[in-house]
Design a protein around this ligand. Sequence first.
Ligand code: ATP
Length: 232
Amino acid sequence: MLSLDRLTVRYGAVTAVHDVSFELASGEVLALVGANGAGKSSILKGILGIALGSGGISLAGKRVDGLTTHLRVGQGIALSPEGRHVFNAMSVEENLDLGALNATREDVDQRKRDMFELFPRLDERRNQRAGSMSGGEQQMLAIARALMSKPKVLMLDEPTLGLAPIIVEQLIDLLGVLKQRGLAILLAEQNAEMALEAADRACVIELGRIVRQADSAALRNDPAIREAYLGM
Ligand code: ATP
């Protein structure tokens, strides 16, 4: 569904991502794991065109790297950003509306019904100000807002940051449901334990490069990965 061919991302003279290539299928979760500053967010930003660089990006076999961010979203790539960035002063429902700016009224209503079914917590709180919700609820809202664009590829940047373990477990369950719906999910996570539990495969990122790419189970059992990323 998503294919990267030597993606490079630069901030002025600084190259944050070097020649990153991978494939992500529908119904698959691929994790990007690595330390602070390794370049995980920059890969997601490069895919969406928020950060500039070079390399091929294909979605369902069609090149999208020449498109603006807006058009890439329209083609089916969505991002739930690090730090959630929900619109605090707006209600849950208004936040969801903003995730589907291109859709018809009918489609928006249908997608919201779907989101409220998937996230009963948001249904209960649909008129509540987003800024007054808990961290976990805001994270769910950020994901639901991303899903409102009906993406084929859902990218999540540090979704577990600051969340209680029980909410992290709920998030892992949610990814399982979205996988079954056929979404391709790209998960950037510093929490390698969570990432390797939730993902089918993972890329280990160091200094902007993929240094390992393997099944999550293989990485979980690898002594070097356990020591460096799982604190064991
Ligand atoms: P974190 O988990 O801390 O967000 P990360 O793996 O997502 O880390 P990035 O945020 O992608 O890492 O950062 C990769 C590198 O790019 C870092 O050296 C960072 O300082 C640099 N960088 C990121 N954004 C910018 C920017 N807007 N301008 C200049 N350099 C940047």
